[in-house]
Design a protein around this ligand. Sequence first.
Ligand SMILES: NC(=O)c1ccc[n+]([C@@H]2O[C@H](COP(=O)([O-])OP(=O)(O)OC[C@H]3O[C@@H](n4cnc5c(N)ncnc54)[C@H](O)[C@@H]3O)[C@@H](O)[C@H]2O)c1
Length: 421
Amino acid sequence: MSTTKDKSIVADLSLAPEGHLKIDWVQAHMPVLNRIREQFEKEQPFKGLKVSICLHLEAKTAYLAKVVQAGGAEVTITGSNPLSTQDDVCAALVEDGITVFAKYNPEPAEFKQLMIKALETKPDLIIDDGGDFVSILHSERRDLLEGIRGGAEETTTGIVRLKALEKDGALNFPMVAVNDAYCKHLFDNRYGTGQSVFDGINRTTNLVVAGKTVVVVGYGWCGKGVAMRAKGLGANVIVTEIDAIKAVEAYMDGFAVMPMIEAAKLGEFFVTVTGNRDVIRKEHYEVMKDGAILSNAGHFDIEVNKPELEELSSSKRTVRRNIEEYQLKDGRKVYLLAEGRLVNLAAGDGHPAEIMDMTFALQAMSLKYVNERYEEIGSKVVNVPYELDEKVARFKLESLGTGIDTLTDEQKAYLDSWEEH
Ligand SMILES: NC(=O)c1ccc[n+]([C@@H]2O[C@H](COP(=O)([O-])OP(=O)(O)OC[C@H]3O[C@@H](n4cnc5c(N)ncnc54)[C@H](O)[C@@H]3O)[C@@H](O)[C@H]2O)c1
C-alpha cells in the first residue's frame, strides 16, 4: 500500500521537524479546536470518508487538517495561494499521514495542477478558500464532481463566487458559507486581518508606520480591522469606499474619507481589502508620492493592477524579500509587497492562532454538519447554523475563563411580550 510519502508532492521532507514545532505551537493556542478534536476522536464523524482541503497551508491550517483526520477522514491538502504555503509544515503533515500537494511559490501552471491532484483523490467532502476547488470542479474537471457530498467555504471572495454559481442554478452540491458566521468575520476578518496585515508589512519593510498616511481601500470587515490597527500604530488613516453607508461608518469611526484619486496623492502605505479588481490602477499610480508602498489583503492578486504598473515602469527589481521596486518612467519609485498577494499570508504567518481557533472550529463543525445533511440541503449555499456559531463563542469564553449572564424567567417573559412595560 502506498504511503502519504509516496503520494505527496512537497518541496523537502527533511524540513518536517521545524514544521512539527510550528504545529505544536499553534495547537497549544487553539483551545476551541482542541475540544472539537476530542469530540471528533470519540464520534468519528468522517470515518471512511475522504476530505480534500484547499487553504493557506501554514501551521494553523495544518492543525485543522489533523483535527479532520482525527475525526476518521483520509485527508488530502493543497495550498490556496502560491506564496502562503510553508514547506516545513507540508513536510510535517506528510509524516503525520496526510497527503500533501503543495510547495512554496510554484509556477502558476504547477500551482493549479497541485490543486487538481487534491481533487483527483475523489473526495467526499471539501474545504475551500476563495472558491478555487469549486471553480475547477464546475468547469474544466466536471468529471470529478461525482461523489462530492458538499463542503465548507472559508472566505468572502469564495462566497461571492458560490452565490453566483447558485444563482445560475449551476452549483452541484451544498456548501456552508463559513465566512458569514459571526465567529468568523467579526474576529477573523476584523481582528485577524487587522493585526496580521501589519505584521506582514512591518516585518517585510522594517519601516515606521507612526506619523505616516495609510490608505485603506474598502471598509468591510477586513478594512475596519486594518484601519483600526493602522490608527493604533499612530498612522493618519484615509479610507476609500464605493458604498455610501460604509463610508459614513468610516467617517464616524474617525477616519478621513475621500475618493481614491485624492487618497492616491497622499498615501505612503496602501492596503487594498475589497475583494474587487483594479482598485489601484494607472490613474492612481500617476499621482502617487515617490516611495509609496502598496499591499493587498484581499483574496486575489488583482486588487492592485500589476500590468498597468509594469506599463508605467521603466524597470523593476526585488529590493528585499517580498518587496518589488517599480521605477516609473518619470523617476518616481513605487513598491509592491508580496507581488500584490495577501500581504498577511504571503509576507507573514497569517492570522494569530487564537483567531483561527474559532474560524477552524467553525470549519470543522460545518464539515460535519454538511456531511450529516447534504441530501436534505441540496445544491445550495447555506449559513452556519446559529447554534454552532454560538457554541464556538461559548467554548471561546470558557477557554478564557469568562462567564456571561443568563436571562431570568421574568426577563425572558418581558422580552417575549408585547404587552408588558
Ligand atoms: N487577508 C486575509 O487574511 C483575509 C481574511 C478574510 C477575508 N479576506 C478577503 O478580503 C477581501 C475583503 O473581505 P471582507 O470580508 O472585508 O469583505 P466585505 O464585503 O465586508 O468588504 C469589502 C468592502 O470593499 C468595498 N469595495 C468594493 N469595491 C471597492 C472599490 N473599488 N473601492 C473601495 N472600496 C470598495 C465594499 O463596498 C465593501 O465595503 C475578500 O477578498 C476576502 O476574501 C482576506
